[in-house]
Design a protein around this ligand. Structure first.
Ligand code: PAF
Length: 280
């Protein structure tokens, strides 16, 4: 497995594979890899000849008071996980390699980034779209793998690829959970022991919502109320948002019909966690 830090070397390597007729997968990450990332790499490994993982904590997608500086980083550990998963190449650039002097270009979108995480993180998705576009240009892969845990991100990237005619297939992969149901996330490492215990409330509140929908509940407002009531039973939980939206355009809906995203963001202590269910 190679670890490359420059755009030129990485692009040349991937082009060499493409010239040999090999299929290439990209798994974009910010590192501190966990089981969720591993499941993306394993799926990519099964479906492609070559697998590239990018590890880059992208400063452009963090707001001024967010955790860019403290975001966990450990390349040696990540490289071990990638090697075990059969990854062929890690692209691990410095910030200066991705955003040199005089960087002035961005990729942005209307409508889809406005609600959910975009409401409290106004520049976040512009940063994600810009870096993901750059990665798609640097690594001309056939397929890119994203977790469904960041469902709004997945919807935005799918839309961007259609709107801007990127020649790449976007594969969304299921959320991987701890045994007690907490969605795996690099940010779970911020939780104290007590916070970790109470963090299961996110998944539990979504379970109750799905149970109600399975029993015939059709009203989005009622589904939001079920989730909010459950979250409010947890002393350490502070709700950022509880939303029921169309998965296609991330706009609020009144009735549960078509493809629906139920998405929540909740602070447990100081740590903001997200979780969701997609109902098709
Ligand atoms: O989901 C993430 O880890 C990041 O948002 C991504 C897609 C790697 C872009 O920095």
């Amino acid at each position: 497995m190679d670890i490359l830090g420059t755009v030129r070397e990485t692009r040349d390597k991937v082009k060499e594979w493409k010239a040999q007729g090999l299929s290439v997968a990209l798994v974009p990450t910010m590192g501190y890899l966990h089981e969720g990332h591993r499941s993306l790499m394993e799926r990519a490994r099964k479906e492609n000849d070559k697998v590239v993982v990018s590890i880059f904590v992208n400063p452009m997608q963090f707001g001024p008071n967010e955790d860019y500086e403290s975001y966990p980083r450990d390349l040696d550990r990540d490289a071990g996980i990638c090697r075990d998963a059969g990854v062929d190449l890690i692209f691990h650039p410095e910030v200066s390699e991705m955003y040199g002097d005089n960087f002035h270009s961005f990729v942005d979108m209307t409508v889809l980034p406005e609600k959910l995480c975009g409401a409290s993180r106004p520049i976040h998705f512009k940063g994600v779209q810009t870096v993901v576009s750059k990665l798609f240009h640097i690594i001309p892969a056939d397929r890119a793998y994203f977790g469904q845990k960041d469902a709004q991100q997945l919807a935005i990237i799918r839309r961007m690829v259609i709107d801007l005619n990127f020649d790449i297939e976007i594969i969304g992969c299921p959320i991987i959970r701890e045994e007690d149901g907490l969605a795996k996330s690099s940010r779970n490492t911020y939780l104290s022991k007590e916070e970790r215990k109470q963090a299961v409330i996110l998944n539990q509140s979504l379970e109750e919502a799905v149970k109600a929908i399975d029993a015939g509940e059709k009203e989005a407002a009622k589904v939001r109320e079920i989730i909010t009531d459950k979250l409010n039973t947890c002393p350490l939980a502070r709700i950022d948002y509880v939303e029921v939206v169309s998965f296609d355009n991330i706009q609020p809906i009144e009735e549960i019909e078509g493809s629906v995203l139920i998405a929540i963001a909740v602070y447990i202590g100081k740590t903001r966690l997200i979780d969701n269910r997609i109902i098709m």
